[in-house]
Design a protein. Structure first.
Length: 324
């Protein structure tokens, strides 16, 4: 039976991938960096292993006897390039090096839509990347490096450039459940979205087929943040969305960055985060069916958001960024 390793298994998207693999009887191996978060996945039919992308010596035993890697582990905050590079770029290099030594055959990477700049037309497979944020630059650098390393070693490499992925375990819905959300901007910009179940299905599909290369995916209807929040409020009217002017948000996050410049803990309130929330990043329709031949379970946010709110009933989850 094919053996799959998932990094970032206790994170938002990684948990969904791990859960689906477990339900399919594939008993994946899950990399857990912080042992306390292993509690979140201990109920899955999976093999738990401790590992750290920044420590190459911990990775070699992690990849032994592995056929396929789905790589989702990295710092998930929109901070400056120098803060995220070691996790996203160096950590990915360490993992691929270990994978090459172990004879891994397939490597799937969770890429990001933030490798693109503002777009007036929907992003498709031919759109040229031009990242503006430190996070986007690091994600593109890692993707390019991984593709080159895989090509040299004969490993089949696929990167899925994911849009805004939403679900009950996302940081956004963690804030929505608190019934008050501060949005840094007017909210009129258009963004691609994807329900976490469809994101996980897409990553698994890429891991189990002959796909190679880099692909943009999203659901079938990109929309503004205002449209997104309106649908949430239709089903969850107690949500209050406070729209902070972009200029004021940039000033406030600039002060926060200055105060936290010597801290090593993740900063969720950064200048890059404000800039990223305000990008126009629409995605062409039919990417899941066109690229992966995969019918989306939630074709648009109209289908997906009510399902997420159902998942939020009597539910608790601690996003990784809130761990000490």
């Amino acid at each position: 039976m094919e053996k799959i390793l998932v990094t970032g298994a206790t994170g938002f998207i990684g948990y969904e991938v791990s859960s689906l693999l477990s339900l399919r009887g594939l008993r994946p191996r899950l990399m857990v960096r912080r042992p306390v978060r292993g509690m979140l996945v201990k109920s899955l039919d999976a093999e738990l292993r401790q590992g750290d992308l920044k420590r190459p010596e911990s990775l070699h035993r992690l990849v032994q006897d592995i056929d396929t890697i789905i790589h989702l582990g990295a710092m998930a905050t929109f901070e400056s390039y120098h803060k995220v590079r070691s996790s996203i770029v160096d950590g990915s290099r360490n993992l691929m090096s270990a994978a090459i030594d172990a004879g891994v055959q397939r490597f799937v990477y969770g890429g990001s839509l933030l490798i693109y700049a503002d777009q007036t037309t929907p992003i498709d497979q031919d759109t040229v990347p031009r990242p503006l944020s430190g996070y986007g630059k690091a994600k593109l650098e890692a993707e390019t490096m991984l593709a080159e390393m895989a090509r040299g070693a004969g490993i089949r490499f696929c990167s899925l450039r994911l849009p805004h992925v939403y679900g009950a375990k996302s940081l956004l819905f963690y804030q929505i459940r608190k019934r008050r959300l501060i949005f840094p901007g007017a909210g009129n910009n258009i963004f691609g979205h994807l329900h976490v179940t469809d994101a996980a299905r897409a990553l698994i599909e890429a891991a189990q087929t002959e796909m190679q290369g880099t692909y943009v995916i999203a659901d079938d209807l990109s929309c503004s943040w205002n449209d997104f929040f309106e649908i949430v409020q239709n089903f969850y009217p107690s949500l209050q969305v406070i729209r902070l002017p972009k200029a004021l948000a940039l000033l406030a996050t600039g002060i926060v960055e200055l105060l936290l410049r010597f801290k090593t803990t993740p900063n969720r309130y950064s200048i890059d985060a404000v800039a990223s929330w305000n990008l126009d990043l629409p995605v062409a329709a039919d990417t899941l069916t066109g690229v992966l031949r995969l019918q989306p379970q939630y074709p648009t946010i109209t289908d997906g958001i009510p399902a997420v709110l159902d998942d939020c009933v009597a539910y608790t989850w601690q996003p990784s960024n809130y761990d000490p």
